[in-house]
Design a protein around this ligand. Structure first.
Ligand SMILES: [Fe+2]
Length: 212
């Protein structure tokens, strides 16, 4: 499909990978809750990218949006089955099991989600995004589950903020110090409250996909 004004191919239709194939691989390799987390992080990467782009905050060397999204979707693919004990060191091997590959750029984004272990230097906002948002998805899902409806659409930002800021034992696996780094000027430069709002609304858009 082409842009009707410039007659250039529309970028949406220029995705260089088949998302469905990666989606099926992630689904096959991971436990259902990790699979849902993978979809949630993909959605967060989408929302963070769009926000930064709207603010004119993405530099020339930033990887394209499709790299952000695919990294979010497959970042934990080696966190299941025979690869689990080697996570996050077997991403490419886990993908190869399904005859899939990723670029070195996407691999560098993936490795940044677990920078505590990989010690990778974060050179793009994509790497900060995956690093800061990874564990936040779990807290947002945990907040949804305490609502009587258990629906993400019912979750209020204030409710997430309260549990993030004032209840450190709530969803204790959330790496709050990493999420909070979203406000670092050398990283995403997004205030914490805004960052949590972006991730919450991004996840709400795919609520039915993750069964919430
Ligand atoms: Fe993850």
């Amino acid at each position: 499909m082409r842009d009707k004004f410039t007659n250039k191919p529309d970028i949406i239709f220029l995705m260089t990978y088949d998302r469905e194939k990666y989606l099926q691989a992630v689904k096959a390799q991971l436990e259902p809750n990790i699979f849902k987390h993978s979809l949630a992080l993909e959605a967060c990467m989408n929302g963070i990218y769009d926000y930064l782009q709207s603010q004119g905050q993405l530099g020339q060397n930033e990887p394209p949006k499709e790299d952000w999204l695919l990294a979010g979707l497959i970042h934990d693919i080696d966190f299941g089955g025979e690869f689990k004990e080697f996570h996050p060191g077997k991403t490419k091997e886990a993908l190869a099991k399904y005859n899939l590959e990723i670029s070195d750029t996407i691999h560098k984004i993936v490795l940044a989600h677990d920078a505590r272990q990989t010690h990778i230097k974060k050179e793009w906002k994509a790497q900060w995004a995956i690093f800061c948002a990874d564990s936040l998805t779990g807290l947002i899902i945990a907040v949804a589950l305490i609502y009587p409806s258990k629906k993400l659409s019912d979750v209020k930002l204030s409710s997430v903020l309260k549990r993030f800021l004032k209840q450190p034992k709530f969803a204790a696996g959330t790496r709050r110090e990493e999420v909070t780094m979203c406000s670092r000027p050398e990283g995403l430069n997004i205030p914490l409250e805004k960052f949590i709002e972006i991730c919450l609304t991004s996840m709400q858009k795919i609520a039915t996909e993750i069964g919430l």
